[in-house]
Structure formats: C-alpha cells, structure tokens
Write a protein that binds this ligand. Structure first.
Ligand code: C2O
Ligand code: CU
Ligand code: CU
Length: 540
C-alpha cells in the first residue's frame, strides 16, 4: 500500500510531539507539494469496483421556499454496476452504497469543501490506513484513495465524516450515508428484497425560518449532545413511508448526533428484530420496543399483511429515564443523586437544551401508510443464520478485562480519564494483532477521580471488527433508568456500538484480527466525540 504522504504526516506528528490543535492545520503544509491525490492507487490491487465520491457545498430543496445549504457527498461508479451508488436527491444524505462481500473496492474521495475532512466506513473491517482516522483528513482540492476488500458479512453498515473536532458539525451538515453489504448466505434466506428491503436513517435537525440548518455548540450543547427540533427520515421532514400490505425488511440506522430512541409501534404491536450492527441475528427477536442509540443499526421485520388499505401506523419514541445529563457527587458508589442538574434519572439538561423534542420524551418518529394491495408476501423465517459465540476463555486477557471507563466532568468527556489526542498511544492502548480481547465499558463515573460528575448514557463504539456483548451489570441507584430501556436492548448478534446507560457496565469480546495499526474507540454521541471522548488503540 503506497501511503508515503500519510506516513510522513504520521512520522511528523511522532517526532515533533505536535498537539492535536496544531495537527489540524498541518495538512496545508502538505498541499503545496501535493495538489490532487495524497496517496496513490496501488498497481497490485485489482479493484472489482471503483467509485468516486466528492464532497461539496451545495444547496438542496428540502422545504418549500429557500433551498438548504448543505455539505453533500455525491457518488459516481467508475467501474462496476451503476446500481452500486444510489445518489439520493432532495436530501443532504450521502449516497447509499450497495456492495457484496468479497468485492475489492477502490474509492476516490475528492474534497471540494472549504475545510479538511475524511470519510470513515463505520462497522467495516478494513486496514488502518483505509479506516478514515482523522489523521488522514484531506484538504480542499485533495483526493484520498481507499482500497479495501469487503470482509464483513452482509449487514447494514454506514459511513460518515470523521474530521478532527468537527465530526458532529460535518455529519450534521449531511456527510453520512448507508453502506450496505450483501452476501450469498443472506441472499439464500427468504427475506423481503428490493423495494421491500428499505434502509431508513433517523436523524434530528433544526432549521431556521429561512430553511437553513441550525447548529449550536455552546458548552451545554456539547456536554448534552445536540438535540434537534425535527425528526428527519432519510433526510426528509414529515416523511411517510408508503407500503403494500405485506412484509418488509426495515433497516433502521440512528444517524443522529446524540439522540437516543426507544422505538415502539403506536398500535401496541411488538417489534421484531432480525439484525443488529453486524448483520442478521440467528433468529428473530420479538420485543415490546427497540432501543436505538446513535450509530446503531437494527433491522426489523414488519408485516402489514393484516392491515387494510389506508391504515396509518406510527413508530414513536416513547419515554425512558436517564436519557440526558444529570449530576451528582460521584465520589460515593453510584452517586448521591440529586445534585445541581436534577435528580438521577430526571430530565436534567434535556429540558434545558432547548429542543422541542426532549431527550427521553414522547414523539412520533416514522409514519407508515398502507397504500397498495400486495401480490406476494414473505413469511418470517424462524432461523436466519448461525453465529459462532465467542468465549471469554479464548480471550488473550481472559482474567483481566480491558476497561474503558466513561466519565464526564467540568467541560470534559473522557475515556479512562483521558481526552483525545492524535498520536498519543499509552501502554494500555496497545493490543496484540490476531487476539481476542475481553473488554468492558464502565459508566460508573470513575476514571476522572472524585468530585462533581455528570452522568449520562453513552453510545460506545469501536472501529474494526464487530464484537459480541456477553454481560450487562447495573449499579445500585441506576436500576430505574435501566429498567426503562432494558427490554429494548438486543445484545445477541454482532455489534460495533453499544448503549451504556449511566451506572452500567457492559462486558464484551472483540477480535482484533488481520490488520495492524491505529483503530479508534469513542463515544458516538458526536458532540462527546468532538469534546474528546475518543482514543486510539494501536494494534501490533
Ligand atoms: Cu461512526 Cu469513529 O465512527
Ligand atoms: Cu466507526
Ligand atoms: Cu458520550
């Protein structure tokens, strides 16, 4: 892999011990010598598919009246079937990409933005230099060439900007899209296909009276995470999904910056989940509601065949506790409750964030209308696939889990008491390649010492291979909030992001196979990520 320039940048960062704040301006230093591609296509990588993605500032008609200024990714297939890239019109969303397991893909990413940026393939198992780490951000006028083979099993993955310190704002402005992988095993299962297989991204946005996106990042906003006033589905306001009276596969992605959804059908029907972040479950799970934290995917199987034409249904986000930031003296185990921000499990800053849709509140998300009689139907298979369970005894550190302690303090959001810094790998952040690791997210507020702490849920994400969740433990004082979400947590299957409620510890097993190099772990509340709740692992 030819990555001279990027290695130079990495070496430069290493030798100078440059700080992250300085590093972000470093690429302009590169630009003088390199107009155009920052790295080269390698001759020995025989691409099955070649795609060009460009990132531009543009305007789209989302509402009547003024067009909305957005940052848009647009795609073009240079080699392969044109159906690989679905450019969506009338929305800020990036194109939906459809790829097959085993395909070798080359992507030319062109930055026409007035800012540095880079795209990350969320959930995909790709080499470190192809993963969209912020250290590979490119400037206006530059091109980054990605080359990787699709190793993941079939599933609903996605991609988004991962530029240092401005991920939240860039994703909010439009830079996120679906990356859907299919494979032979999935194609052999009798699930709804084509127009009955729908990716649906849920996001919240705020617009001003001139139809322009509103985003504020004052400290309150950054601590809580951005909460918009309006729910958008596939980048559309007031979205109604027209369906036939048959079964559908709905691939839900929470592409919101910070909002957590507790999704339930308003007619009281249970929710049938067939897939998670890393593809299909072994068998469908029927639960009263499904939790969907930022970056998570849940695939639903929904059958409208008993519904009369004209029936309208709504999937709502229904109330849950502990959705937003609440404070307390966390010196004691589990906190003392109360505190200045409203008691544990209270609405806390959700109310203060100014969103008309408070975190953990009750509001409609997805409307569906049965408009047409179906000619055929698919029934729900009782078995979907088989998943080999990972075993703790096979972990390289089976008696000594790696802890990722989550904490929030005064104007900070930390992992193991540390804030993000480029090129700052600590000894406990080095992981041997081709090992299985026993790990835990610990949201008990330890990690930055004693004193005034803010507690809230965090959607925790690791780059690279998908993991398996093996255990959740909840500390005393946090049971109520946990009980209000626990039936909607789907822990079977493969995951790259887990909701970690306040007072909760989630234990999981993650393989680190094939690729050496830097891979990130971070909170996917994008405001927290930008605030520094992100670190790098070095796999070696
Ligand atoms: Cu969607 Cu670093 O991730
Ligand atoms: Cu990711
Ligand atoms: Cu967080």
């Amino acid at each position: 892999m030819n990555n001279k320039i990027n290695n130079q940048r990495r070496n430069f960062l290493k030798t100078t011990g440059i700080t992250a704040a300085v590093a972000v301006s470093y690429p302009s230093f590169l630009r003088a010598a390199n107009s155009g591609a920052i790295n080269k296509a390698s001759a020995n990588f025989q691409a099955d598919v070649e795609i060009e993605l460009s990132m531009d500032v543009t305007k789209v008609q989302i509402f009547k009246g003024s067009k909305t200024r957005i940052w848009k990714v647009q795609g073009k297939v240079l080699k392969g079937s044109p159906s690989i890239v679905n450019n969506l019109t009338g929305t800020y969303l990036a194109p939906t990409l459809h790829l097959q397991k085993g395909q070798k893909v080359r992507i030319y990413l062109k930055n026409n933005l007035p800012a540095e940026s880079i795209l990350h393939w969320h959930g995909l198992h790709v080499p470190s230099e192809m993963d969209g780490n912020p250290m590979y951000a490119i400037n206006h006028g530059e091109t980054y060439i990605y080359e990787f083979e699709i190793l993941n099993r079939a599933g609903t993955y996605w991609y988004h900007s991962h530029a240092h310190g401005v991920t939240a704002k860039q994703v909010y402005s439009g830079m996120a899209g679906f990356f859907i992988v299919s494979d032979k095993e999935e194609q052999a299962i009798n699930l709804p296909k084509d127009q009955y297989d729908l990716p649906l991204v849920i996001q919240d946005r705020s617009f001003d009276s001139n139809n322009q996106l509103k985003y504020s990042n004052n400290m309150m906003q950054r601590m809580q995470g951005f909460l918009g006033d309006q729910i958008m589905i596939n980048g559309q306001p007031d979205f109604v999904l027209p369906v036939e009276n048959r079964s559908y596969r709905l691939r839900l992605l929470n592409g919101s910056n910070s909002r957590i959804y507790k999704l339930a059908w308003d007619d009281g029907s249970p929710v049938t989940v067939i897939g998670t972040d890393g593809g299909l479950l072994e068998s469908p799970e029927t639960i009263p509601y499904v939790m969907l934290a930022p970056a998570q995917r849940r695939e639903l199987w929904v059958d409208f065949s008993d519904k009369a034409i004209g029936t309208e249904l709504t999937m709502r986000s229904i109330p849950f506790k502990g959705a937003s930031m609440h404070g307390g003296m966390m010196g004691g185990r589990g906190g003392m409750g109360g505190g200045m921000m409203g008691g544990r499990g209270g609405m806390g800053m959700g109310r203060m964030s100014g969103s008309s849709l408070p975190a953990g509140g009750d509001y409609p998300v997805l409307k569906v209308k049965v408009v047409k009689k179906a000619k055929s139907n698919d029934s729900l298979p009782s078995r979907l696939t088989s998943i080999k369970p990972l075993k703790a005894k096979d972990a390289a550190n089976s008696t000594n889990p790696r802890t990722i302690a989550l904490s929030m303090g005064h104007m900070s959001a930390l992992l193991n008491g540390r804030s993000y810094k480029m090129n700052d790998i600590r000894p406990d952040e080095v992981i041997p390649v081709n090992s299985l690791q026993l790990m835990e997210f610990d949201n008990n507020g330890r990690g930055s010492g004693m004193g005034m702490m803010m507690a809230m849920p965090h959607p925790m994400h690791l780059h690279g291979e998908q993991f398996q969740i093996i255990k959740r433990e909840i500390s005393s004082g946090s049971e109520d909030a946990y009980a209000s979400v626990s039936k909607g947590l789907v822990d079977n299957g493969w995951h790259d992001t887990s909701l970690v409620m306040s007072g909760e510890k989630v234990t999981f097993l993650k393989p680190f196979n094939d690729f050496k190099g830097i891979f990130m772990y971070h909170c996917h509340n994008l405001e927290h990520e930008d605030l520094g709740m992100m670190r790098d692992y070095l796999i070696k």
